[in-house]
Design a binder for this molecule. Structure first.
Ligand SMILES: NC(=O)c1ccc[n+]([C@@H]2O[C@H](COP(=O)([O-])OP(=O)(O)OC[C@H]3O[C@@H](n4cnc5c(N)ncnc54)[C@H](O)[C@@H]3O)[C@@H](O)[C@H]2O)c1
Ligand SMILES: [Zn+2]
Length: 370
């Protein structure tokens, strides 16, 4: 089904670009890219799951606009976010003589986006980069904001750069092939954006729970657009997470202090969004006790997460001391002191430094299962 495209501008000084969102638009990227770029060749990077489902339409559209297309397929899953995988791609780019002005296109979820973005930023000191996200997580979070990375043995996303794309092209129809668990996991970031930024958007979720979970195209497109607007606004205010006063881009970390630790301690059995859902529940518990966040609003958000099919208690018990150890070694901890981004009301978050350990333990108890 084709619906009108919607556009969100990421107004970064000197590097402004558009996020263009539509339904059934993957087959139109070629002509859009032609308006932006005169190169003859492009390299498409995708993964083994997404490639067979969606690459043909994209390649046909690029070829119709006179691009010569080379495609590189990486294995699906987080293990592809590695320096080794990046090196294999560099080898292929060398074989293809991929030049300084030839664009690189990422077609896939956050893994393909983060890996390809890192390669695009570093190959010949940076080539034009286009994101075509295909998961909800990537549509509303990973695909927007210019963070690229691969993982290192010492932790996730340890090696990376900020590198903004030239265009983000979102065809929400790609989500039709995404499994239910991954789709719902992506919704956690949508609730996060609403809590940190926009009470009206939280209410919009409550009013459209059935349509959201049924993936009604018009509603999904609206959800993606509003999320992109929110993420773009946060990124434009503080592109490199360097805010000297206020919380800046780190607002996006709401739910992630406990969430990242749960994700790791579950040995990645939980999806990122599921862990973030639990992390938000724990953070809201702290917010009620320390930041005057109203308890009825905490209950409201928990009910919404449940209605969207996201966990609010871990199904399998998790080890609290392992979670503490992880949180202390988190990149965003300062001198091993755990820090949280917490709301005082919906739409307003701030750093909360070094809470008492018993308080954090209580918040964690709420979500880690019996
Ligand atoms: N750069 C950022 O700002 C940022 C933000 C959030 C998350 N991330 C990163 O994103 C990654 C997670 O992204 P994700 O949740 O998209 O995971 P993913 O890329 O691993 O995709 C999940 C699974 O779905 C498959 N898939 C993707 N699109 C599909 C489709 N349309 N139909 C069928 N299957 C499809 C993939 O092959 C994979 O198996 C993590 O590495 C995380 O660190 C980055
Ligand atoms: Zn996240």
């Amino acid at each position: 089904m084709n619906t009108p495209m919607e556009k969100v501008e990421v107004k970064l000084p000197g590097r402004a670009y558009w996020i263009e969102i539509g339904s059934g638009t993957l087959g139109r990227l070629g002509s859009r890219l032609r308006e932006l770029i005169s190169a003859k060749r492009v390299t498409l990077i995708t993964d083994q799951n997404v490639g067979p489902l969606h690459a043909a339409r994209l390649i046909k559209s690029l070829e119709s606009s006179n691009f010569q297309v080379a495609d590189i397929t990486v294995p699906g899953g987080e293990s592809s976010k590695s320096l080794e995988q990046a090196r294999l791609i560099y080898d292929e780019l060398a074989g293809l003589s991929h030049g300084r002005h030839d664009p690189m296109i990422a077609l896939g979820g956050g893994v393909v986006g983060d890996l390809s973005g890192f390669v695009a930023a570093t190959w010949m000191r940076g080539v034009p980069f286009v994101q075509c996200p295909t998961t909800l997580e990537a549509d509303i979070d990973a695909g927007v904001g210019g963070k690229t990375a691969v993982n290192h043995a010492s932790g996730k996303n340890m090696i990376g750069v900020f590198y903004q794309p030239s265009l983000v092209w979102i065809d929400v129809d790609c989500l039709c092939t995404l499994n239910d668990r991954d789709y719902r996991a992506g919704l956690a970031e949508s609730v996060k954006h609403a809590v940190i930024f926009d009470e009206a958007f939280l209410q919009w979720h409550e009013e459209h729970v059935d349509a959201i979970t049924a993936r009604e195209p018009r509603i999904v497109q609206e959800l993606v657009r509003r999320n992109c607007e929110i993420k773009a606004a946060v990124v434009v205010e503080d592109e490199k997470e360097a805010a000297s006063k206020g919380v800046g881009r780190a607002a996006l970390n709401f739910g992630h202090t406990v969430g990242h630790a749960i994700e790791a301690v579950s040995e990645y059995e939980l999806r990122h969004g599921e862990a973030v859902s639990l992390g938000m529940v724990a953070a809201l518990d702290l917010a009620v006790r320390h930041c005057h966040f109203p308890d009825r609003e905490r209950q409201r958000i928990e009910s919404l997460l449940s209605a969207l099919g996201l966990p609010v208690r871990s199904a399998r018990p998790l080890d609290a001391s392992a979670l503490f150890a992880r949180m202390r070694s988190d990149k965003k901890a300062k001198h091993q002191t755990i820090r949280f981004v917490l709301p005082s009301r919906i739409g307003n978050v701030a750093w909360f430094e070094a809470p008492a350990e018993e308080s954090v333990a209580d918040a964690i108890d709420r979500v880690i299962g019996a």
